[in-house]
Design a protein around this ligand. Sequence first.
Ligand code: SAM
Length: 257
Amino acid sequence: MKKKFGQNFLKNQQIISEIINFCQISKESSVYEIGPGDGALTREVIKINPKKFIAVEIDIGLKDRLDILFNNKRHQIIYADALKFEETSNFTDKTIVIGNLPYNISIQLLIKWIHQYSKKKWIKTMILMFQKEVAERIVSDENSKKYGRITLLASALFNISFLMNINKNDFFPIPKVDSTLLKFEPLETPHLDEVQIYKLEFLSNQLFSSRRKKLKNKIEALFNPQIIKKNNLEQYYDLRAENLSRDIFFSLAKLLQ
Ligand code: SAM
């Protein structure tokens, strides 16, 4: 087991079946799995026999165990870093993205897919497992310490729902913390486009960089006086970043030049 790759493998068959049920994979599906590990979810996907299936695993040491699962031409295992994998050129159909994500890169992967999806609508749904604390940040609401950049970026394009918590004892080796499974469904009309997503990322980095500070100085530094006046941005001067709703953040991202 390689700690550096965040290898905690699911061992509870009941949980594995529940996760797979949530994924709603059919023979017509296009499926992408990140980090198959020793194949807990992978085996179940292959049993369903979707039209297309690509799994990306960084650890070549798992090759012997994984290669034997992939004996169908439409199913492919690629040994590569998922952070560098070009999903948009590999998936032409809308794809179901699944994974018990390596904890150390889960947010990086999610942000990568958010930027990609804002350019090309390649995702059907994503059923993803995160450390519980990270999942709580993703689904947080304003006025909470957990609310931040990742909450905003994800909800600009996706409707996110909680599916279930998974106890740390359901993994081997047992990790330090519990996990949570989330579902991401693309919004019919995304709140922001490709360029605006970058603006939202910049804006949230700026405004959350000093969480406890009121926003006056930041707003004056980021927006010119005409925009502040025309849009009555002074109303936010005495608030902190975590007090601004998602909708306010989306509007501010659109105003950023
Ligand atoms: N899916 C398996 C399961 O649920 O039992 C394994 C999940 S384990 C938490 C994460 C997996 O992601 C490991 O197999 C690990 O080697 C792999 N992994 C880690 N970093 C990766 C990366 N950058 N690209 C692709 N896979 C990675």
